[in-house]
Design a binder for this molecule. Structure first.
Ligand code: FAD
Ligand code: DHB
Length: 441
């Protein structure tokens, strides 16, 4: 037997994109159903990104998700770039007129979102299977899945959001021939660890070493996150903890600085790829986040892009479903892809400047070093890095009703708590000026 139901927006995937979309829609009085094939515990523990652009932080605050992030997040005003045995500091605040980034793990954003959605009475179905999307050439697309108890469901929707990550089913459900893919593989991977030890640095260290790239980042004042470039098809078994620490010391070391070591609690290898699918929409099926595009992690854009997509999508769906206006929905794909390609370029540039390509010759290695020297010696070059790193287009949460615009949200239509009055001055969803010269939306 199939259980039939109805919602306005069917959302596939309870990652940051799907959960935030559901939250933003609820603030606008639009109901949604989120389905997820993993368990809640798995979604909350999956180790991924950790660095938020200023615009992402401001958006999360403006929609009532800033409390724990503000209490526990670590604000950073710059990074270190290291090469040829020397460490150089880039001061983002100075270079960009005060911009910054925040370390706050994706796991914590997902926890905050799930808690907020469930507290608001939202429908999130974990551990579903056999997800399908259908009737895509109509204005009533259908979401089908089997719940954790084995019951088959069919949900009729006004729109479906494919927020199901790179390996999801929504992208492949688009009509054959519609989607064009542009992609690039890289001949290396990242081995990432989480270690229970205080970070050995105040700000992130990106190190280009002749034996491969290394990154020192962090999660909290007690937990460090570190990455090592390893061969593309590397086997994690070849990296016992002692070897990882020795290689990190080797690649990150500079005279007078020590890397603190501690118990490794998580260890995984991630491949590196750039991938952009366009368009991100077919009629009433919209792709968002990793379902449509992925970037190599250098520069930390993946999570920020996912959040940006659904911010644009929530406004577009509000306009479509509440006012019957299709203009924003029609512009959705192009609006997102403009940001996506900027981030794709930046991630490719950071990746190729900092990693050792096993196939590169002396010419390419010399170009890399020349580029790094230019970034740390030219204010214009350093500003380019800083501006891209801290985030370019402002995220505007423009579909707030007039009654709440500019004052911060107090309580959404579904009862979800919003930004309190104490934060209103900081969180007012004002459009920031685009510093990149590319028109803000
Ligand atoms: P996801 O987080 O992938 O969420 C998609 C959700 O959909 C998942 O929960 C999945 O289980 C669910 N799903 C999939 N298929 C189905 C289905 N058929 N039915 C129902 N549910 C389904 N970014 C950075 O900025 N910095 C980093 O350091 C970084 N490290 C990363 C490491 C790894 C291993 C990976 C994979 C990504 C990393 N990223 C990083 C990228 C960043 O984490 C992603 O860009 C971000 O998770 C995108 O969010 P999303 O919601 O679009 O997709
Ligand atoms: C992190 C990951 C990145 O790829 C990056 O460039 C910066 C930070 C992180 O996991 O904290």
């Amino acid at each position: 037997m199939t259980v039939s139901s109805r919602t306005q927006v069917g959302i596939v995937g309870a990652g940051p994109a799907g959960l935030l979309l559901s939250h933003l829609l609820a603030l606008r009085g639009i109901d949604s159903v989120v389905i997820e094939n993993r368990s809640r515990a798995y979604c909350e523990a999956r180790q991924r990104a950790g660095l938020l652009e200023a615009g992402t932080v401001e958006l999360l605050r403006a929609v009532g998700l800033g409390a724990r992030m503000d209490a526990e997040g670590l604000e950073h005003g710059g990074i270190y770039l290291q090469f040829e045995g020397e460490r150089h500091h880039l001061d983002f605040r100075d270079l960009t007129g005060g911009r910054w980034v925040t370390i706050y793990a994706q796991t914590e954003i997902v926890k905050d979102l799930i808690r907020a959605r469930l507290a608001a009475g939202a429908a999130i179905e974990f551990e579903v299977s056999d997800t399908e999307v259908g009737e895509l050439d109509s204005d009533r697309p259908v979401l089908r899945f089997t719940d954790s108890a084995g019951a088959r469901h069919e949900v009729t929707c006004d729109a479906i959001a494919g927020c199901d990550g790179f390996h999801g089913i929504c992208r492949d459900s688009m009509p054959p021939g519609l989607i064009e893919v542009a992609e690039r593989g890289y001949p290396y991977s990242w081995l990432g660890i989480l270690a229970t030890v205080a970070p050995s640095t105040d700000e992130l260290i990106y190190s280009r070493h002749v034996d491969g790239f290394a990154l020192h980042t962090m999660r909290t004042p007690q937990v460090s996150r570190l990455y090592l470039q390893v061969p593309a098809d590397e086997d994690i078994e070849r990296w016992p903890d002692d070897r990882i620490w020795a290689e990190l010391r080797h690649r990150l070391g500079v005279p007078g600085w020590d890397l603190k070591e501690g118990p490794i609690t998580e260890k995984a290898i991630s491949p590196m790829r750039s991938f952009v699918a366009s368009p991100m929409r077919h009629r009433r099926l919209f792709l968002a986040g990793d379902a449509a595009h992925i970037v190599p992690p250098t520069g930390a854009k993946g999570l920020n892009l996912a959040i940006a997509d659904v911010t644009v999508l929530a406004a577009a769906l509000t306009s479509l479903l509440r006012e019957g206006q299709a203009a924003q929905a029609d512009a959705y794909s192009d609006a997102c892809l403009s940001r996506v390609w900027r981030a794709t370029h930046f991630s490719w540039w950071m990746t190729s400047m900092l990693h050792v390509d096993p196939h590169a010759d002396r010419f390419e290695a010399a170009l890399q070093l020349s580029q790094l020297r230019y970034v740390v010696s030219s204010r214009a070059a350093a500003t380019t890095l800083a501006e891209n790193y801290t985030g370019y287009f402002p995220l505007t949460w423009a579909s707030l009703p007039e009654s709440t615009r500019g004052r911060g949200i107090t309580r959404g239509p579904d009862g979800a708590a919003g930004a309190g009055p104490g934060r209103a001055a900081r969180t007012a969803p004002r459009p920031l000026r685009s510093r990149s010269g590319i028109a803000a939306r």
